[in-house]
Every structure is written in C-alpha cells, then in structure tokens.
Design a protein around this ligand. Structure first.
Ligand code: FES
Length: 262
C-alpha cells in the first residue's frame, strides 16, 4: 500500500453502505435483483469487487457465494482484483476490428508498455481488451473507468494518456484502497470458484476470456429458450401484463386483449 492510501476498513464501509443496500433491495420484487447495483456501490468505495464484498452481498441477498461470483465474473464492468487509477477497456469486437481496432490495440500496448489484463508499474493504468461494447456505430471505441470514448485515433490516445497523467482528464480516477498487482488476471483454479468464468459462458474455460468468437453460449441459450418455449412465454406474458397495467389495451399474438379491465 502506498503512503497516500489510507487503511481500508471493510466492516466499517459495509455498515455504512448497508442502509443503501437495503433501500436498493426494497426497489425490487426479488432481493437478488439488487446484486448488480450493490456490487457497483462496493466497487465505487473499494476500487474493485473484493471477496469480502461478494460475501457480504451473498449474506444480504441470501445467495450462495457461487451465485454472486458467477454474476460478478460475467461482467467486464466489475474488477475482481485491485486495478489502476484508470481502467482502459478497449473493444476488439468485429465492428471495431473492421474500423482498425488492431492498430488501436497495438498502439495502447506500445504506449503503456503492458498487455491484456495488466497494470503499469506505477499503478496508474490497467488495460483490457474486451468484446463488443455495443457502440459499434462509433467504432473504434473503449471505456475509461466505464465511461465511453468513441472514434479512437492514435492522437486521441496520446492526449488522453497525457491528461490522465497530468490529472486533468475529465473522467475521475478510480478509488484505490490497495496497490494493484502487475496483472489483474484471475487464476484458473482455487482463487475464484471453480475457475469457470460463469454459468453464462458455459464453454469458456478461461475465466479471463470475455467470450465472443467461437463461444457457442448464444446458441446454447437459444436452444434452451426454444426447447422451454412454453414456460418462457407464460412467464414473459405474466410480467408484460403486470408491468404494462397502465397501458389501456394490449393485443396478444392471437388478436386477443390481454389486459382487459386495466
Ligand atoms: S465491436 Fe466494438 S463496439 Fe461493437
């Protein structure tokens, strides 16, 4: 831990955040729906989602640790190890590739002197190459501490890194409560769960792989939906009717009115 970092008291922070967590839980029909916002709360305070934070959330939401970890590990929005003040997540998806992402990725690696899932020695930058950030119309793009930056060019990268080093960049640096290691890769076994990234990416055996090309998870999910169509349709309709109770009339696929009386 560097001199500028104060000791982080997880228990004190958890007690402080508990009322906010409870208010979040109260907003949802099922407590588990509050998991993502609760994890964001802790990440904002601790700089990453620690094992303690996941345990705390599991206890609060009456989930298993594995369920919490499976959810947290699915999203590149959450960092499961201490990271740099600026987390640079650069898209390597197909659209960005077509618009020159290879050159952008290479430029970042050269300028930072680090590779995928690594942090610079001074703890300033963490770098990750991620799958589609759903902003393909502004490729090539990235997120800086989860804020989008679009239409990247080498000149923009130079300006961005200089501003971050000078402390003048418009996106706030991450909170750091621990000195980050040189890599924020998660180990395959032992350190986190079973080593599988999450049940959502069933065939991805590398917990650091965001999925993408060659990952048949989407096909598996589609099969599941098709095979369990009746059950899904019934549940979707139930929610649709409940959520849309303010709307005067909703017609189902057979032409019948499914919210008569509302
Ligand atoms: S491929 Fe980069 S945002 Fe979609």
């Amino acid at each position: 831990m560097t001199d500028t970092m104060e000791a982080f008291d997880f228990e004190a922070v958890a007690n402080e955040l508990r009322p906010q967590c409870e208010a979040l839980i109260a907003q949802y029909e099922r407590p588990r729906s509050a998991l993502l916002p609760i994890m964001h709360l802790f990440q904002a305070r601790q700089g990453y989602v620690s094992q303690e934070a996941m345990e705390f959330a599991a206890g609060l939401l009456q989930l298993t640790r594995a369920e919490v970890e499976a959810t947290v590990s699915f999203y590149t929005l959450f960092f499961r190890k201490p990271v740099g003040k600026y987390v640079l997540q650069v898209c390597r998806g197909l659209m960005c590739e077509l618009r020159g992402a290879d050159d952008i990725l290479a430029y970042f690696r050269e300028k930072l002197g680090i590779g995928h899932l690594e942090t610079t020695e001074d703890g300033m930058f963490s770098y990750e190459e991620v799958e589609c950030l759903a902003s393909c119309n502004r490729a090539t793009c990235m997120q800086v501490n989860l804020e989008f930056v679009y239409d990247l060019t080498p000149a923009m990268i130079d300006d961005m890194l200089a501003a971050m080093r000078a402390g003048t960049y418009h996106v706030k640096p991450m909170v750091q409560t621990q000195t980050p290691g040189r890599t924020w890769k998660v180990k395959q076994d032992g350190e986190v769960g079973t080593g599988r990234k999450s049940p959502g990416t069933r065939t991805s055996s590398d917990p650091n792989n965001a999925g993408g090309v060659g990952d048949p998870t989407g096909v598996i999910m589609l099969d599941t939906i098709v095979l369990r169509n009746a059950a899904f349709a019934a549940r979707s309709r139930e929610r649709f009717v409940r959520d849309a109770s303010q709307i005067s009339e909703i017609i189902d696929e057979d032409g019948g009115i499914i919210n008569a009386g509302h």
